[in-house]
Design a protein around this ligand. Structure first.
Ligand code: SF4
Length: 367
């Protein structure tokens, strides 16, 4: 419930302590208007939006466009706080994994992967994950709770701030492939997407944001209907119904055949392709026969395939396939479809795909 601030000459609201202030990050224009109350003109809401999302002020006291009395009133109840960095783990390949504290004491992880031609921020959509993929460390946590839209975009804003990244820079990409199944928190993910893409705010193009799903079929349809939405990636990981049910139990509810139907009817924009992610597990789903079945499954879809050799982790009962096997699988798929091998990033700090479970590696103190 939003509390609007009372603005009357000479009146000062009792100040809330820092911890009691609600962050405005994650609110859209109508909610910010409700915070300001009915007596403020609409342009004040725009000024507040601009300060939060375009200027990305760290502290509401920095909003010089608002009158001091209004600013103080807002400050008495609200903040522009982002998740707090509890630890940062630095990989030898430049990847940084952030353990971020939320206001209820829970933690999530986000990862920055700098590369020669682009920077990718991988963010979480839930604390833990209910999907239970058998090759994923996050699955071992179960679901603790959904993140709010503010907590989702807060990860992006924080990593941008920490690393001097600019949204206008076409190097910047955001992927919702961290902890959680984004489509099981779709309302918050869509709200976060609108805020990330708003050209008067953070202004990241939807072409540079990707949301990844394990295949929640009804939510894929809902995502397809959204006016502002990121690109869609599907975590496939198997070439038969039976194999997928073993690796990804969610398939018992949303069958592979239904998933493929949902992909065929998904309303791609003119510039868009579906991405299929396929984690290769040595001796399990990485045979030539698997590769041929993947090609048949994806026939006639406008798509590309990303292969990821399993990133190992404690408690994960699978093996990483050899480079030779990965290349063999890729060659078969590539004969029919664009197919890439995703370079593992930050494996040494448990920052690679499927490795996010707040695993402690060498700690880097954050000043
Ligand atoms: S791979 Fe993704 S969807 Fe599957 S358990 Fe891990 S975080 Fe959840």
């Amino acid at each position: 419930m939003l509390q609007s601030v009372k603005i009357e000459d000479g009146e000062s609201a009792p100040a809330a302590s820092q911890a009691e202030r609600t962050s405005l990050i994650g609110l859209e224009l109508p909610e910010l208007a409700a915070v300001l109350g009915p007596n403020q003109p609409a342009f004040r809401t725009r000024q507040l939006f601009d300060a939060l999302y375009r200027q990305q002020v760290a502290d509401l006291s920095e909003i010089s466009s608002l009158p001091i009395s209004l600013r103080n009133q807002i400050l008495s109840c609200y903040s522009a706080d982002l998740p707090a960095i509890e630890h940062r783990y630095d990989s030898s390949d430049g990847t940084k994994r952030y353990l971020l504290g939320l206001c209820d004491g829970r933690t999530v992880e986000a990862v920055l992967m700098p590369e020669e031609t682009r920077d990718t921020i991988c963010i979480s959509s839930q604390v833990g994950c209910p999907v239970d993929c058998k090759f994923c460390l996050t699955a071992l946590m179960g679901l603790e709770r959904n993140l709010t839209a503010g907590e989702i975009i807060g990860q992006v804003l924080l990593i941008m701030r920490e690393n001097g990244l600019k949204a206008a820079d076409t190097r910047l990409n955001v992927v919702m492939m961290g902890m959680g199944e984004p489509l099981l928190n779709l309302d918050a993910v869509l709200k976060a997407s609108r805020l990330l893409c708003d050209s008067t705010g953070i202004a990241i193009s939807p072409k540079r944001i990707t949301v990844s799903t394990s295949g929640i079929v009804p939510k894929m349809d809902e995502l397809g209907r959204a006016a502002v939405r990121p690109k869609l990636a599907i975590s496939l990981n198997a070439s038969t119904e039976e194999q997928r049910q073993e690796l990804m139990p969610i398939t018992r509810k949303y069958h592979l055949a239904e998933l493929m139907d949902a992909c065929r009817r998904y309303p791609l924009r003119t510039w868009e392709k579906l991405t299929f992610e396929y984690v290769l597990l040595g001796g399990v789903n990485d045979s030539d026969a698997d590769a041929k079945r993947v090609v048949r499954l994806l026939a006639n879809l406008n798509c590309k395939v990303n292969l990821i050799a399993l990133n190992p982790g404690p408690g994960i009962p699978f093996e990483t396939p050899s480079d030779h096997r990965v290349a063999g699988f890729q060659a078969i798929v590539k004969a029919s479809l664009p197919c890439f091998v995703r370079k593992p990033r930050g494996r040494d700090i448990f920052a690679a795909c499927g490795q996010l479970k707040r695993v402690n590696t060498e700690l880097v103190q954050v000043e």
